[in-house]
Design a protein around this ligand. Sequence first.
Ligand code: FES
Ligand code: FES
Length: 157
Amino acid sequence: MMIDFLHEYLNLTGSRLGCGQGVCHACVLIHDREDGTSEEIRTCITGAHFFGGKTIRTVEGLARRNDKGEVVELSAVQQAFLTHYSFQCGYCTPGFVNAATVLVEKLKREPVEKDKVEETITEALNEHICRCTGYVRYFEAVKDVVLSTPGLVKGGK
Ligand code: FES
Ligand code: FES
């Protein structure tokens, strides 16, 4: 499966193997479609061959890095998760970060009405399981990003 390829051949261990059965979504990466949209794909149930020729991002690729590969700036989602202490053990966090990143990118294309923000976030994170049950802080962090990033909500912030 793709998660084995990421871990064993590329040493990219940020995508987490949780259930291994397509349920928990800890293992998702981001697939950048040719039409400019993005989506999450579960790497525990998707073979590496599926990604041949496709553009993907793992959680390791979200922060800005310098020429030496050092992280110099977290993405807005990563920073919000830190600010809100949105994790306990952190095992599920990369999946939540990727889900929130895909959501933010979707809202840049299709802004949501302000009164739909909460249900939109719930829908986007709904399939991600946190065994530490840290859902409230994840939710608050994503809400913070959505409301503070210009252009994601119709009618202003
Ligand atoms: S590890 Fe892939 S969905 Fe749980
Ligand atoms: S923070 Fe521990 S599984 Fe989510």
